[in-house]
Design a protein. Structure first.
Length: 90
């Protein structure tokens, strides 16, 4: 699965890469080179980050599903209990 980002996010990522090179490297990087680097990172490293994010979400969802019985549990056969409580209170 290819990781795709929006045109706006791509433009911001390219600008961020250019700024990073400008501030932290000895040479600047052009728009085309930054776009190529971004493409490489998305294709080579992106899947690792994506897969970890999916695993994190799966773990969180499994924890939430495991808690469903506690959060939305309803007592069974409670109709007569309310009448029994009323009789005891008299």
């Amino acid at each position: 699965m290819t990781i795709e980002i929006s045109k706006e996010a791509r433009a911001q990522a390219i600008a961020s890469l250019q700024r990073y090179f400008s501030e932290h490297m000895e040479e600047k990087i052009g728009n085309v080179a930054a776009g190529g680097l971004l493409g490489f990172v998305l294709e080579e490293i992106g899947p690792t980050i994506y897969n970890q994010a999916v695993a994190d979400v799966q773990e969180r969802m499994q924890m939430r599903v495991a808690e469903l019985d506690i959060e939305i549990h309803e007592e069974e056969f409670g109709y007569w209990r309310k009448f029994d409580k009323q009789r005891r209170g008299k």
